[in-house]
Design a protein around this ligand. Structure first.
Ligand SMILES: [Zn+2]
Length: 151
């Protein structure tokens, strides 16, 4: 597979962000902490929104007169979002459990230096292959199945 890396605005944003996270968090320990914080903040926010939507939905069921403020989200919209968010929360919980294992790993100072060295090489490269592979997950319009793979 020798495809041109996509240059759409989403991908470019991803490349910049990916490199920034390597540049600013170039050690194993920093990556552990960064990713742990990132999973936790995502989880905190999703579960707070889930709780809030559940509260809103049950309030509507018991109390029909709503303020205009609350009416701009429909019941269906809330129910659908709750379904989605509940699976997201379950996935995030699993990721957190897996990440706890990664978080337990300790790396010696010499190996940390290797991390920094590689980070320096990696971050300025705009066409880093590892990043391109990762970016498939992030891409707004996935490469398959509807693109060229079908032909
Ligand atoms: Zn793209």
């Amino acid at each position: 597979m020798t495809e041109e890396p996509c240059q759409c605005s989403d991908c470019q944003r991803f490349y910049r962000e990916h490199d920034r996270l390597i540049r600013e968090f170039p050690t194993f320990k920093q990556q552990q902490e960064l990713n742990w914080a990132s999973i936790q903040s995502f989880r905190t926010l999703c579960s707070r929104v889930t709780n809030e939507l559940q509260r809103q939905l049950s309030e509507r069921e018991s109390n029909k007169d709503l303020t205009l403020e609350e009416k701009h989200i429909s019941d269906t919209e809330i129910t659908e979002a709750l379904d989605e968010l509940e699976s997201v929360n379950a996935y995030l919980y699993s990721i957190e459990a897996l990440f706890e294992r990664i978080f337990d790993t300790k790396i010696s100072n010499n190996i940390e230096l290797k991390f920094k060295e590689i980070a320096d090489e990696l971050a300025p490269d705009p066409l880093n292959i590892d990043r391109l592979i990762l970016n498939r997950l992030f891409h707004q319009t996935p490469d398959f199945p509807d693109k060229k793979n079908i032909n």
